[in-house]
Design a protein around this ligand. Structure first.
Ligand code: ATP
Length: 237
């Protein structure tokens, strides 16, 4: 295995507020890694920085061994770095299919797009049934599927998921996690930020715990699930 993403001493500040205080991350090709932590720990800020939405105040991000500092923001998606944002960010007035097609806008191999649409509809049969429906009229779970499907249309190498279970009923959350496992089985590397730490760690290979802008623990998902402090603080046990 080789590192797809290496983050070294990353620091991010909003004005005087230090949201990320020097964190290290290392994500290997093919891994599913969970990033857990309380509200305000800096998880979303970290993801946004990894996809170039926020400029770091310090440290280094290496993607496929190359520093991302000089990568223009439009180039991230074409390089295979895609994020499914918290709150999903779908285009409500476009249909399901139009939303999915938007995910492919940076691709040069336009001929491969219909084939990938079929692949997405295979992963999300619910979206196939609703391909002509306006995305704004979908349920929360279906909108999450659109957001994930749209990111998959860019053929990501590294998919960053921010709170995919947010606001969804437990049965739908299970469905979303089933899809996350299917995406992982296709070989897509993922970094998953999740409030539902138990489910995230049950699904991931490894996990990082983020507290007040710092990584306080990094271990296999199995060890984190067995860790009493983690159980007490994050797993509701
Ligand atoms: P949550 O689970 O609640 O989304 P989080 O771990 O993702 O939490 P962040 O959203 O990254 O945390 O926030 C980290 C810190 O940075 C918080 O103290 C937050 O108030 C602050 N912050 C986030 N966005 C901004 C912003 N645009 N301007 C100023 N401060 C911000």
């Amino acid at each position: 295995m080789s590192s797809l993403l290496q983050v070294k001493n990353l620091q991010v500040a909003y004005g005087g507020i230090h949201a990320v205080k020097g964190i290290d991350l290392d994500i290997q090709q093919g891994e599913l890694v969970a990033l857990i932590g309380a509200n305000g720990a800096g998880k979303t800020t970290t993801l946004k920085t990894l996809v170039g939405m926020i400029k770091p105040a310090g440290g280094e991000i290496l993607y496929q061994g190359q520093p991302t500092a000089k990568l223009p923001s439009y180039a991230y998606v074409s390089q295979g770095l895609a994020m499914v944002p918290e709150g999903r960010g779908i285009f409500s007035r476009l249909t399901v299919e139009e939303n999915l097609q938007m995910g492919a806008y940076t691709r040069n191999d336009k001929a491969g797009i219909p084939q990938d649409l079929e692949r997405i509809y295979h992963l999300f049969p619910r979206l196939k049934e609703r391909q002509k429906q306006l995305a704004g009229t979908l349920s929360g779970g279906e909108q999450q599927m659109v957001a994930m499907g749209r990111a998959m249309m860019s053929r990501p190498k590294l998919l960053l998921l921010d709170e995919p279970s947010m606001g969804l009923a437990p049965i739908i959350v299970q469905k979303i996690f089933e899809i996350i496992r299917m995406i992982a089985a296709e070989g897509v590397t993922m970094l998953l930020v999740e409030q539902n730490a138990k489910l995230a760690l049950q699904t991931a290979n490894r996990g990082y715990v983020m507290e007040s802008g710092k990584i306080t623990l990094a271990d296999t998902a199995a060890n984190l699930l067995a860790n009493e402090r983690i159980q007490h603080a994050y797993l509701g046990d």
